[in-house]
Structures are given as C-alpha cells and as structure tokens.
Design a protein around this ligand. Structure first.
Ligand SMILES: Cc1ncc(COP(=O)(O)O)c(C=O)c1O
Length: 394
C-alpha cells in the first residue's frame, strides 16, 4: 500500500482549510457570451472568447467540413503523419500577418510556451548559458518553459522597463559575453495591461537580447489586422494562441525560418505530441481568414472595456492598470472576493474570483473578460451590479 490517496486527501483538506480548494463545475456554453451553470443561464464574463468566435458559423462550418473530410483525429505527430497539407497555408498566412519570415502551429498555448522556451534556452544551442530576464507576472506556461530549460530568470518588476534595463546592465557587467533572452507578454492575462512593445524591442536591440513575447490575449483582439501588437517591431519570437480571441484551440509562434526549422527539430511539444485534430485546424483556418475583417467587433470590444472601466472607477473601484478587454476589480482579500463572485452569480453574472497563487497575495480580484458578443446592456448591468455587490461585502 503506497497510501497516496490518504496523502492526497490530507493535501486537499489543507487546501480546503485555507479556502483554496477548487473543483470542476460543468457548464454549457451558449452563444452571445452566455453559459448555463447549475441549470441557470448566466452572462459569462469569465471566458476568453473575446470576439465570440467559438460560436461563429464560419468556424463551425469549417470544423464540420474538415472533420468530414479528414476525420476527427490527426493520428500522429506532425513529424510523423499528422502534418495535414493545410498547415502550410495556415502558417504562411500567420507569418504574413505577424510580419515574420515563418510561423509554426503548435498544439496548445501552454505546450508552445513550455516546449518552445525550453528548446530556445538549451545551452547546447547557445554554447553558453543564456541569461533570462522575465516580467514578474508572466504566465505559468512561460514559467514551465523556464523550469524545463533549467533556467533561473532574473525577474523585473511588472511592466517596469527601467528595472529591466538595470538588470540587463548589471548582468552585462557580470557576464559580458553571455547570451540574453527577454520574456514577457503583450497583454497580461490577470491585469489586462498592455506592454510597450516598441520600447521592449528597442531595449532588446540595444542589449543584443532575443525577445520572446506571448500574445495569447492580444491575438484576434489587438493590432490593425487583429494579429496582436508585435507586427512591425522586429520581435524575434511572437507566440499566440487560437484558444481565446480566435475561438478554438492551439497556438502559433512567428519567427525566422531557421528558428521555425530548429523548433520542428527541438520543441518536444511539437515532436512528441499528436498534431491538432483536423476539425480544430479547420476552425483555426477559418478564424485566421476572418479575423482581419473583424475591425468593427474589435472596436466594439474596446468600447465595452472603456465603458466598464469608466463606470467601475466612477464607483470608486480599483480596475488596476487595465487597458484591454480584461478588466479586473482588485479587492485584495480572498474571502471578500469569493463573496462578491457569489453575489454576482446570484444576479445571473459569471465572473470568477481570481486568487493566489494565480495572482500575488493581497491582490485577489474579480476578473471580467469581455466579449464583442456582449451587449452594451450587459456592460451597464455590470456597472450597476458590481459596486452593489462590493458594498454588500464591506
Ligand atoms: C498569457 C498566456 N499564455 C499562454 C496561455 C496558455 O494557452 P492555452 O490555453 O491555449 O494553452 C494562457 C492561457 O491560459 C495565457 O493566459
């Protein structure tokens, strides 16, 4: 008897005692930014389906058509027999949109960050140990990549590019010849703030550092054609996902052709994972085609976010540094944040409480993820409900 169940039960009891035990709740996703949970229809402010594309007829139709034509599974990794010819057209289109020489589609955002970063930070590649400089609030999947690579990042204060430069200068004095890699995001998932990509690129160029930026929350949503904030800035490696604004699943990296080739040979998440199922690749294909035409939806989403921020701030609430479709209301205390989320759910609004370890201690928040599928009335209802729910828990 290994006794693991008893140990796991004890670990769960400790989480429950700390108010941090989580569980899975079934939902039925509905169009129009709605979900059904516990039999009730709720306005969904917790999904990252920023343009409502997960229910778009063009994506559904192409997913259906590709399932009928190519089957439901890819059968093998891309390097074996899972590389549908369609990948080439999709990747060429992404590379054009990103302004990069090449692009590579990977199975998921988590897997892309974990395995691409690990491959890029391989000492054997650089013939030296690369020094990594990472924003303090980077996503868990980027941390996984650093961990897999055995890299210990120098972490700069969130969005503090002066601090980044100080760390780069100190490292250059200590180890002048060491390769340097900067890792950050363009839209931060929990604060909704937007990086200064131009300045990051200028810093990377000045210090001869490789720049890796995660565009998970910018893809589909930000930039003139909806392909994020990196195009035109000469970012070495721009990663993004199809799982959020693009309405389905999977990820991409935009980079040089030789780096893409290197990743096909070295990124374990591409080599040792079955390729995306054809219906998912079909949905990606349709989204990549559609997104440049969705300027009005992006404008509507930005207007929703501006309206919500203004309304909540006028009620005295702290929306942090949000400048995107992600609008947090930072409450600090975990129990209070849970109480506000519960009060909102009673009113028909799903907006989950985000607590440590997802965010730093003392910064628990309700994270509102907006969608172009929401109506202005949905936003106005939030502006009315949230301050009342917060007041009730004082
Ligand atoms: C910044 C960031 N990068 C990567 C990911 C992972 O993407 P995916 O959900 O497609 O695996 C997420 C989403 O959870 C994210 O927020």
């Amino acid at each position: 008897m290994h006794g693991l169940d008893a140990l796991a039960a004890a670990a769960l009891d400790r989480l429950a005692a700390a108010g941090r035990k989580r569980s899975l709740t079934p939902v039925e996703r509905l169009p129009g930014g709605r979900v059904r949970r516990h039999g009730r229809e709720l306005v969904d402010f917790s999904s990252n389906d920023y343009l409502g594309l997960s229910h778009h007829p063009a994506l559904i139709e192409r997913a259906r058509a590709w399932a009928a034509e190519y089957g439901t599974g890819a059968g093998a990794s891309r390097l074996v027999s899972g590389h549908l010819a369609a990948y080439q057209a999709v990747e060429a289109r992404i590379a054009r949109a990103k302004g990069s020489e090449a692009a590579l589609v990977l199975v998921s955002g988590w897997q892309a960050n974990a395995s691409v970063l690990a491959a890029l930070l391989d000492r054997a590649l650089w013939e030296a140990e690369p020094l990594v400089f990472a924003d303090r609030l980077i996503h868990a999947s980027l941390h996984a990549g650093l961990t897999l690579a055995g890299a210990r990042a120098r972490r700069y204060r969130h969005d503090d590019l002066d601090h980044l430069e100080t760390l780069l200068a100190a490292a250059a004095a200590e180890s002048p010849g060491a390769p340097r890699v900067i890792v950050s995001e363009t839209v931060f998932s929990m604060d909704g703030d937007v990086s200064d990509v131009g300045r990051l690129a200028a810093i990377a160029a000045r210090w001869n550092a490789l720049l890796y930026l995660d565009e998970a929350h910018a893809t589909g949503v930000m930039g003139a054609g909806g392909f994020g904030l990196t195009p035109g800035h000469g970012v070495d490696l721009a990663m993004g996902t199809f799982s959020k604004g693009m309405g389905s699943f999977g990820a991409y990296v935009g980079c040089s052709a030789v780096l893409a080739d290197y990743l096909v040979n070295r990124a374990s998440g591409l080599i040792y994972a079955t390729a995306l199922p054809p219906p998912v690749l079909g949905a990606i294909d349709a989204a990549v085609e559609l997104v440049p035409t969705l300027g009005p939806e992006r404008a509507r989403l930005a207007a929703h976010a501006a309206r919500l921020r203004a309304g909540l701030q006028a009620a005295g609430l702290d929306t942090g540094p949000s400048a995107s479709q992600i609008v947090p209301v930072i409450l600090g205390d975990e129990a209070r944040t849970l109480a506000v989320a519960a009060a909102l759910e009673r009113e028909g609004v799903l907006a989950v409480a985000i607590r440590p370890p997802t965010v730093p201690p003392g910064t628990s928040r309700i994270r509102f993820a907006l969608s172009a599928a929401h109506t202005t009335d949905d936003i106005d209802r939030l502006i009315d409900l949230v301050p009342r729910a917060v007041e009730e828990t004082r």
